[in-house]
Design a protein around this ligand. Structure first.
Ligand SMILES: N[C@@H](CCC(=O)N[C@@H](CS)C(=O)NCC(=O)O)C(=O)O
Length: 340
């Protein structure tokens, strides 16, 4: 009798520890109980994550936080935004101060492994570039030998800069700052010949200059900067929630499900659409969410393409082309695994 009881107990405990019950005990459960999501964002990068005068955040990275909030709470506004500088962001995530980071963070091997973090996807394929004053008369990064370059501490930018100049046998002076604001101000004041960061950041930061048109982005892209959301190691269910929120936004775009037609799509007979909006299958249940989790995301926030155009694309000040961030069906790199 005793043995049978013990075996049953072991089986029960194993089931609880191994299975979907993680959704009841992990970070997702804490977030549900707390009533909001704590999102680590950048201190303010136009188009990606920036607060307005009333403290309302918007941007492509912010939309991912809003989308998770929509999936969990059926309300995109249950998010507390914590602005983090580049050098503080990983400690804030590791210590549990934020539930995830959603702010122009490059997926690299060391961050994904030794920092104890997991990247949940790539919401913006980027690469590093240079901004210079037009009057410098330089049309290529390869002509920057001997230049002083303003950059930011705690970024991949600093490291790529060193690699690039070394690989091309060019001398340079690096001038590194703790925040993006200090970096761009130093460049504007003439402290450096060039300013370097992710190309997305160059377009966003150029808007802060007094005469943006006096500056040009050089054609060279010197690195791969796959930017995406990051969570801590150790909570697979939470990783799934973040990963599949991003994937749902991409799949919705691919299937033509938009903010405006999401309700109409609830009546669709297309099996792929039915699985996404939750009229078929139990995909939400598998990640600890209601089965209309992805419908909620599109209804409240929109699909990936809508978020892109509104925040950084044609409907924004930045006017960035889809380029590598187009869907794979349109010649880009954005490709989400299927919901099935
Ligand atoms: N993608 C690079 C760079 C990202 C980055 O932090 N860029 C700067 C410049 S655009 C930034 O957002 N800084 C905000 C701040 O710390 O003030 C990385 O992950 O290291």
């Amino acid at each position: 009798m005793h043995k049978i009881f013990a075996a049953a107990l072991v089986a029960a405990v194993t089931t609880v520890c191994a299975g979907g019950a993680q959704a009841q005990t992990g970070l997702l459960a804490q977030i549900k109980a707390r009533g909001n999501l704590i999102c680590g964002v950048g201190p303010g990068l136009a188009g990606f994550g920036i607060p307005d005068a009333q403290g309302n955040w918007s941007g492509l990275d912010v939309d991912l936080c809003r989308a998770i909030s929509a999936a969990v709470f059926n309300d995109p506004s249950k998010v507390k935004y914590i602005p983090l500088s580049s050098k503080d962001r990983f400690t804030a995530l590791q210590s549990g101060e934020v539930d995830l980071l959603s702010r122009n963070t490059t997926w690299t091997m060391s961050r994904d492994t030794s920092l104890g973090l997991n990247f949940a996807g790539v919401n913006y394929y980027d690469g590093q570039g240079f901004l210079v004053r037009k009057k410098l008369g330089v049309d290529s990064a390869l002509k920057l030998a001997g230049a002083s370059v303003c950059t930011q501490q705690g970024t991949t930018t600093e490291l790529n800069l060193a690699d690039y100049f070394r690989a091309n046998n060019m001398k340079y002076e690096v001038v590194a700052f703790g925040t993006a604001d200090e970096t761009i101000k130093a460049y504007e004041s003439g402290r450096c010949d060039a300013f370097t960061t992710d190309a997305s950041g160059l377009y966003a930061e150029r808007l802060k200059l007094s005469v943006p048109a006096d500056h040009i982005v050089l054609p060279e892209i010197i690195s791969k900067e796959p930017l995406g959301p990051v969570v801590r190691h150790g909570d697979d269910n939470w990783l799934d929630v973040v990963k599949w929120t991003h994937n749902a936004m991409l799949n919705a775009e691919e299937l033509g499900i938009t903010k405006a037609n999401a309700d109409e799509m609830l009546k669709s007979d297309n099996p792929e659409i039915k699985r996404l909006v939750g009229t078929e299958g139990k995909f939400g249940e598998a990640i600890g969410l209601p089965n209309d989790w992805a419908y909620r995301i599109v209804k409240h926030v929109g699909n990936y393409g809508e978020s892109f155009e509104k925040n950084v694309g044609s409907n924004s000040l930045l006017k960035i082309a889809r380029g590598q961030n187009a869907l794979w069906t349109k010649g880009g790199l954005q490709y989400a695994p299927p919901i099935r």
